[in-house]
Design a protein around this ligand. Sequence first.
Ligand SMILES: Nc1ncnc2c1ncn2[C@@H]1O[C@H](COP(=O)(O)OP(=O)(O)O)[C@@H](O)[C@H]1O
Ligand SMILES: [Mg+2]
Ligand SMILES: [Zn+2]
Length: 512
Amino acid sequence: MSQTLYRKWRPRQWEEVVAQQHIVQTLRNAVAGGRVAHAYLFAGPRGTGKTTVARLLAKAVNCLDPDPARRPCDKCDYCVAANEGRFLDLIEIDAASQTGVDDVRDLRDKINFTPNQGKYKIYIIDEVHMFSNNAFNALLKTLEEPPPHAIFVLATTEIHKIPPTVLSRCQRHEFRRLPVDAIVAQLQKIVGEENLQAEPEALTLIARQSAGGMRDAISLLDQLASAGQAITLDLTQAVLGTATSQTVLALVEALLNRNPAAGMDAIHTALDSGADPRLLARQMVDYLRALLLIQMGNASQVDLSADVRARAETHAARLSSAEVLRIIKIFNTAASDPRSGWQPSLPLELALAEAIESPAAAPVPAPSAPAKKAAPVEKPAPPPAKAETPLPAGESAELGLTLGQVTKAWKQVGAAVRNNMSLGALLNSSKLLELKNNTLVLGFASDILRNKADTPEQVEAIRKAIHEVLGVDLTVKFVVSNAKQTARTDVKPDGMVAAALKNGGEIVDTQE
Ligand SMILES: Nc1ncnc2c1ncn2[C@@H]1O[C@H](COP(=O)(O)OP(=O)(O)O)[C@@H](O)[C@H]1O
Ligand SMILES: [Mg+2]
Ligand SMILES: [Zn+2]
């Protein structure tokens, strides 16, 4: 499989576009009736089909099929050339990397050439909100008097940054987030045709985590498939960090039994073996939310493996919704508590104590009595990370460590994050892109995965693991890149992006 799945599965005909029917229908009618506008603005979240539809339009207006209603035919010379990224009259510009007015002047010069091959020259300007004022002004001039053979498609994820003067010159289309069902259906189709094995629950979880973006969903599927095993719910949860940990189950049991000692024990055991306190608090919230959904009769919305689900159902039956809500609020506060610097376990301990405190109704044993018995109070909580490993400042720069050496040791680094299962899985799925000036650049297949890794807690855990294995202190940075080949990143065009691109090739969304 040389091509990443989401590129391979870019729709080549109108019928293949999932959702967005309102837009597709309007554009098809315009093509069929020969009423195509000169400037379009496609707005909407990432990975919902803006570039895809722009390319379909470019193919449609130049397609050689005699019947306008059948364009694009996807078979004629021009359609094929466009599919292969060698159609000269389809010009894609990434505004994120071309903010200078020079490029726009260049653009204006280019625009005045007539089409090379087709009837129309199509300019797709991606992330157009990144244009500078000068660039917008230059664009506006062109939009005011577009050459008859030019069609502009401006695409943006941030429509509020587009000047009204530009907006008013464009026919606007809003791309919507895709429904979970639609994403699942598409994933199912891909799984079938690519001969992959995947549990339906795993696909649902992928779709839910993708926030309506088809690209992220397919990238995640690709990532999971690259392990060469069946895509199970367990694997997906491990990579996404959504698995319900034994600690969470133990904490909920402690709450139900009003047993603070057992709860404290669960917290300390988890933290001592390297779990992240805030992540743990968040997992509690996720699980409690699942209980709430079960109580409200929405069990189908819950992404839990079969055995955890069985326990969740018992837990849901033993608590009232009001209780669950109350406890969610408490742990939600703990998840965002900034006070944890010197005593990381404190917010969780407070949350547990508060949650266990009986609401007026419940008859409950006094919480203080059993606390001493089993709680490992003498066991010191893990000290703040900084004190634990005083690192020789700036030493690694001179160590001459190479990317190859880091790559070799990477499995060990993954293992060194120990109990943090999801982080280990994340690290194993990342790609090492660059090591320069003590900064290690890691590539992830999708935004979802990158964001999972890019939290202060995770960064700190990675830094510590690297130090443990390699004895150096590196800064880690994350970008979005393909599993097999470096791709377009979502980061501003700084050194990182340049580095990522240098390592792998082209900007994916410009041409393929
Ligand atoms: N509406 C859609 N229907 C089918 N596939 C889609 C759709 N939107 C996105 N995709 C998938 O995601 C990939 C990226 O989509 P793209 O059109 O580049 O998104 P955008 O430009 O909105 O960020 C496509 O190659 C395709 O695989
Ligand atoms: Mg795009
Ligand atoms: Zn054609």
